[in-house]
Design a protein around this ligand. Sequence first.
Ligand code: IPE
Ligand code: IPE
Ligand code: MG
Length: 232
Amino acid sequence: MPQKYAKVPPQHVAVIMDGNGRWAKKRLLPRAAGHRAGFRRMLSLVDHIFACGIRYCTLFALSCENLNRPREEIEGLFEIFREYFGKHIAPLVEKGIALRVLGDAALVPPDIAASMREAEKKTSAGKNGVLTVAIGYGGRQDIVGACNRALQDGQKVTLESFAEKLSTGGMPAVDLLIRTGGEKRLSNFLLFECAYAELYFSDKMFPDFSDADFDAALEAYAGRERRYGRIE
Ligand code: IPE
Ligand code: IPE
Ligand code: MG
């Protein structure tokens, strides 16, 4: 059956939170201040996203490739992750949101990797939604990882079984992908999972991307006709 989702809200929304550095530059602030502002925005945007009834929200916080940035910037981002996983997990438990972290944990300091796993455990009973944060994540790396897991199993894969081998296994495909910051590319995010995602690009830098901007993305989505290759 062709699925015309125009009237059905997205189940899985992914957000590439881009533009923190330019937001800061425009204000003559250090890039770290942009990441701080982005972090604050993310905390309240996530509440709004789940309040909209979305079940799966996946955020791109740090790509594998971002690790090639200057050490100082990476350390600042690690500090934010430390604070997030250390201090901001209780509201997720309260709201029944399960947290999942994607990416290569070996790319972050061990104390952060441990606090990610701890946060996943603490929130694992959450039944109202899944918040996924991608840190040290790369879509191509994840696909290669899934291929290697399939080889180890020694079994041919199907589209469905391969999707299960990705780090997003168990989640539905992305319905709506939002990228802030004005760039129109995927930058190695959820390549397999976004095969039929509706793409929405905002020129707002992430710290300026308001709840109302998110609502505008949902409205744009509602006007899209998802054909999946069919003609009716
Ligand atoms: C996105 O903002 C956050 C990360 C990639 C960690 P950027 O830091 O890429 O901000 P711009 O694109 O330089 O403005
Ligand atoms: C994508 O943004 C990664 C995140 C937002 C975490 P980038 O700023 O790294 O993307 P490019 O370099 O412009 O493609
Ligand atoms: Mg960027």
